[in-house]
Design a protein. Structure first.
Length: 258
């Protein structure tokens, strides 16, 4: 059974982590397969948005601990340097919007992979937990970078140290998520977001992502300069011309991602 399911429809790459009996926890095969698929998404111009979710009852329970303690396994250093760090780096570097559709529990690295996506939505029954301290570890997969920026230092520190489970409604209130949908409409509503993003000016969305990535470390002068640079690139795209022409003609624009 493939540990990652992958289809392309209407410009959206639908990626499903597929180890439902393990709540989609990562082993080496799943991590490497996800990286390969993300590389394909980055290079395929027909893909204009990405939708990442999990099969079954969970989004992702983080690392499969059986692999960690296996004496023949990759070991913690390789798990971070060859599995999670490259996945998170790809999620942030791909110049296309990524919807993290959290369909169930998102624990440990699974939660932090969700937070690395551009638009994060969840089922009302989903939950989030920084489970690392429960087994004597620190948050990885970019969690110590993304979570304080989403919800603030104090809340992030408490959740990481105490390992509290956070409901979807509380996660929304804290700022971890964009939207929460009732379970019965979650799939349809979350996919609508990805399909909408796939019809938008793809290059501009990629430039937005690039600017947001840089904003975490730039001062205002550097960020203004970057906005200037990226705005000139956006203004040179065919989609910008189409957007202006459509606005002036009072018609719906037809963006092609160019």
């Amino acid at each position: 059974m493939d540990s990652i399911l992958f289809t392309i429809e209407s410009g959206v790459a639908f990626i499903t982590m597929n180890r439902p009996d393990k709540l989609n926890s990562f082993n080496r095969g799943m991590a490497l397969q996800l990286q390969t698929i993300l590389d394909q998404c980055a290079s395929d111009d027909s893909i204009r948005a990405i939708y990442l979710t999990g099969a079954g009852k969970g989004f992702c329970a983080g690392q499969d601990l059986a692999e960690v303690v296996d004496p023949e396994g990759p070991g913690m250093q390789r798990i971070l340097s060859e599995h999670y760090n490259p996945i998170v780096q790809r999620l942030r570097d791909i110049a296309k919007p990524i919807v993290g559709a959290v369909n169930g529990v998102a624990a440990g690295a699974g939660a932090n992979i969700a937070f690395a996506c551009d638009v994060v939505v969840s089922k009302s029954s989903a939950s989030f937990i920084q489970a690392f301290s429960k087994i004597g570890l620190i948050p990885d997969s970019g969690g110590t970078y993304t979570l304080p920026r989403l919800i603030g230092f104090q809340r992030a520190s408490a959740l990481m140290m105490l390992g509290d489970k956070v409901s979807a409604s509380d996660a929304l209130q804290m700022g971890m998520l964009y939207k929460v949908f009732e379970d019965e409409v979650f799939e349809d509503e979350s996919k609508k977001i990805a399909l909408q993003l796939a019809q938008m000016p793809t290059k501009a969305l990629g430039y937005i992502k690039q600017a947001l990535n840089a904003s975490a470390t730039n001062d205002i002068t550097a960020q203004l300069a970057l906005e200037d640079e990226l705005q000139q690139k956006a203004a040179a795209t065919a989609d910008f011309k189409e957007g202006v022409d459509a606005f002036l003609a009072k018609r719906a624009p037809q963006y092609k991602g160019q």
